[in-house]
Ligand binder design. Structure first.
Ligand code: MLT
Length: 260
């Protein structure tokens, strides 16, 4: 499905259709399809909303520079259009950055915060510089630069690497560039974590090559009401590597967030 919001067309789908809402946001270079299996198998009884982030999947890009706050506003408008007053919002990696921006800007719209192989800390200077270098490489060679370098780091499983490669290679170069700018310039949310008033779920992969376990541990220490799910066999993509463990974790987190 597509929807015109904030001056561009956003691709999304809604699974199951009724019940308390769960908005799941994919990570950098990927698209909403990564969540579909987990959502179909484990999250019936909930209204599961799967958007494509601006410039990814079926969502168009905008000419103006992309900011994490703007990506969060896209999610807010989607909730508005779907007439969802409050949702649990869960994000994978970059999707977690969007989730934290949304929680920061519109805390009243969230019933829970899910951070799946994600982090709250901003980029180091070196990391920011690497993102600008990647932007220059995309400008020269297109999306395949990211597909080649990122997909082997997402998982140790060759078929998941291939699946990720195919999605990233299809992503519009302008979408990747916008997301890299938004990630490079995002604020640090470490001091924000203790102020989050709703339940939080932190999911970490024991074999994650992108977000080390110690970053998850730091978030767990700072979040006031937190459930921690460490999946030893998962890398950066637990929704594909360990869908049952993640699906059951999300399901029981939904029960926590919406228990009356
Ligand atoms: C992602 O998986 O969304 C990105 O690798 C996150 C990042 O680069 O910080």
């Amino acid at each position: 499905m597509k929807l015109r919001i904030n001056g561009f067309e956003l691709g999304y789908e809604v699974l199951h259709g009724a019940g308390p809402a769960l908005l799941l946001i994919h990570g950098f270079g990927l698209d909403r399809s990564i969540w579909r299996g987990v959502a179909k198998r484990h999250l019936n009884g909930y209204q599961v909303i799967l958007p494509d982030v601006r410039g990814h999947g079926e969502s168009a890009t905008l000419k103006e520079p992309t900011r994490m706050a703007g990506l969060a506003e896209d999610m807010l408008r989607l909730l508005d259009v779907l007439q969802v007053e409050r949702a649990v919002v869960g994000g994978h990696s970059m999707g977690g950055y969007i989730t934290l921006a949304l929680a920061d800007q519109h805390p009243d719209r969230l019933a829970g915060v899910g951070l799946v192989t994600s982090r709250a800390a901003a980029d180091s200077i070196e990391k920011r510089e690497r993102r600008y270098q990647t932007i220059r490489e995309i400008e020269a060679r297109g999306a395949s630069v990211v597909a080649e370098t990122l997909s082997p780091r997402l998982s140790h499983d060759p078929s998941i690497q291939q699946q990720a490669y195919d999605i990233i290679a299809r992503t519009q170069p302008a979408g990747l560039i916008g997301a890299l700018q938004a990630m490079a310039e995002r604020p640090d949310w470490i001091d924000f974590l203790p102020t989050i008033q709703v339940p939080a779920l932190v999911v970490a992969g024991g074999k994650d090559q992108i977000v080390p376990l110690k970053e998850a541990a730091q978030m767990v220490e700072l979040l006031p009401e937190v459930t921690y799910l460490e999946i030893p066999e998962a890398g950066h993509m637990p929704m594909l590597e360990a869908p049952d463990a993640l699906g059951q974790g999300l399901r029981s987190f939904m029960e926590t967030c919406f228990q009356s």
